[in-house]
Design a protein around this ligand. Structure first.
Ligand SMILES: [Mg+2]
Length: 434
């Protein structure tokens, strides 16, 4: 792999989703956007990565990527992967830019975009979809890709290696099962907060007819409205299908417990982001309370805004989550997600990745499949979020069948956008925004 990255191109791509209420919840009402990175190489292959933002401010993540890009330009793929942690730290611990985080927010999301683009490039050069590249890597190489700094009190390199070695057993059978049946999924498309009741009912009925047996609704509006909408969905899906709720951090801790007490009547499977994303102890208190409400079924889920592996470590250590929702590009890309997946396995918490937005489904399907094949080795409680927005802008979009993701087959991380979509939706000069 003497392939050299010759240039890093950054594109501010925004889709006008806010007007339709798509993606609307208790906090966010945005224009789904991507700070999109293309790594040009002397081999003619282009690595693609991005981080997701909610519209205004996408220029900030783009600028942060530009500020970090010199760590990638001029390097060969071989030297990057010869010492992956050194490469990762060149971005996440840049001696001047680290002050802007550290390892959180705009600067860390920019790291994620670049790191993911490097991994996409590697997978394309290997001719393998990302899940396969990761699942087939030797244990030593996977462990060597992880920065264990600040997490060794939860997971040591030796423990990670033991989990990954064990994951080799039965891998071919698990892969055959996924090729046959696909990966379990749930849909978030039925219950955005900005949708009127009739639309919620119609979308729920349609999703159930299409085979979905797990659905998520947004909560965090007036409590009476949340309960009314929840009853509509529960009535449509019957008692056996799973109903998840997502408050997008809007509640205080006691408010979350009060509101979930009222919503317990519709048997929620999880409450997602019940309070501020940084409130580890608050999540732990809510988790203890909601478990008591529903005989142990209901759990707390979070992760889409968890800034880094250290936050996930604490959520796990504090027994604050029963579902871990890794995000592909909120944190520092594939390398950091590997640490999170392995910590979840060590603590016995299932991973249900966060998706939606733009391109997040495309990314996380690979991570969930890798987790199942090589780390978690069980589908029990595992589901990938699905939202049916904006897939048409990707060269290798996700495919679903009867509520399950089908295995990606094209080489890479499914992160490549169509050139015509970039041209049309580029901000502020694309035709859509002029
Ligand atoms: Mg969410």
């Amino acid at each position: 792999m003497t392939v050299t990255v010759t240039a890093v191109d950054v594109h501010d791509v925004r889709f006008p989703t806010a007007a339709a209420g798509d993606g609307s919840d208790a906090i966010n009402r945005g224009d789904y956007s991507a700070s999109y990175v293309e790594l040009r190489t002397d081999a003619g292959v282009t690595g693609a990565g991005f981080t997701f933002t909610n519209g205004r401010g996408n220029e900030l993540t783009c600028a942060a990527i530009e500020a970090l890009a010199h760590h990638v330009t001029g390097r060969t793929v071989a030297e990057i992967f010869a010492d992956p942690v050194a490469f990762w730290r060149s971005l996440s611990a840049d001696v001047q830019l680290r002050w802007l985080g550290p390892e959180k927010g705009v600067i860390h999301m920019a790291t994620g975009a670049l790191v993911n683009a490097v991994w996409d490039l590697r997978a394309k050069l290997a001719g393998k979809p990302m899940w396969q590249l990761l699942a087939e890597l030797p244990t030593e190489e996977l462990v060597a890709s992880i920065d264990f700094h600040h997490i060794t009190d939860a997971l040591t390199p030796g423990e990670a290696a033991a989990i990954l070695d064990k994951g080799l057993i039965g891998l071919d059978e698990r892969r055959a099962g996924l090729e046959r049946d696909g990966f379990p999924s749930y849909t978030t498309s039925v219950g955005w907060l900005g949708y009127p009741d009739d639309k919620v009912r119609a979308l729920t009925r349609q999703a159930y007819a299409e085979g979905w047996r797990a659905m998520k609704m947004k909560v965090g509006g007036p409590p009476a409205d949340d309960l009314r909408r929840a009853r509509i969905i529960r009535a449509e899906i019957g008692p056996d299908a799973l109903l998840m709720m997502d408050a997008n951090q809007v509640w205080d801790v006691d408010e979350a417990i009060t509101n979930m007490t009222a919503l317990a009547e519709v048997d929620p499977y999880w409450i997602e982001e019940p309070t501020h994303a940084d409130d580890i102890l608050g999540h732990a208190r809510i988790a203890r309370a909601v478990t008591g409400l529903t005989g142990g079924r209901c759990r707390v889920a979070t992760g889409e805004v968890a800034a880094n592996r250290v936050i996930f470590k604490q959520l796990l250590q504090a027994e604050a989550i029963g579902v871990m929702q890794i995000d592909a590009c909120r944190v520092g890309g594939v390398n950091e997600v590997l640490a999170e997946i392995l910590m979840a396995a060590k603590f016995g918490v299932p991973i249900c990745p966060h998706a939606g937005g733009v391109g997040l489904c495309e990314y996380v399907q690979h991570l969930a499949v890798f987790d199942y094949l090589r780390v978690g080795t069980s589908l029990d409680g595992r589901m990938v979020e699905y939202v049916d927005h904006l897939h048409e802008h990707f060269v290798d979009p996700v495919r679903t069948r009867e509520g399950r993701y089908l295995l990606p087959e094209a080489p890479g991380y499914s992160s490549t956008m169509k050139p015509e979509s970039i041209a049309e939706f580029r901000f502020p000069d694309g035709p859509v925004w002029r």
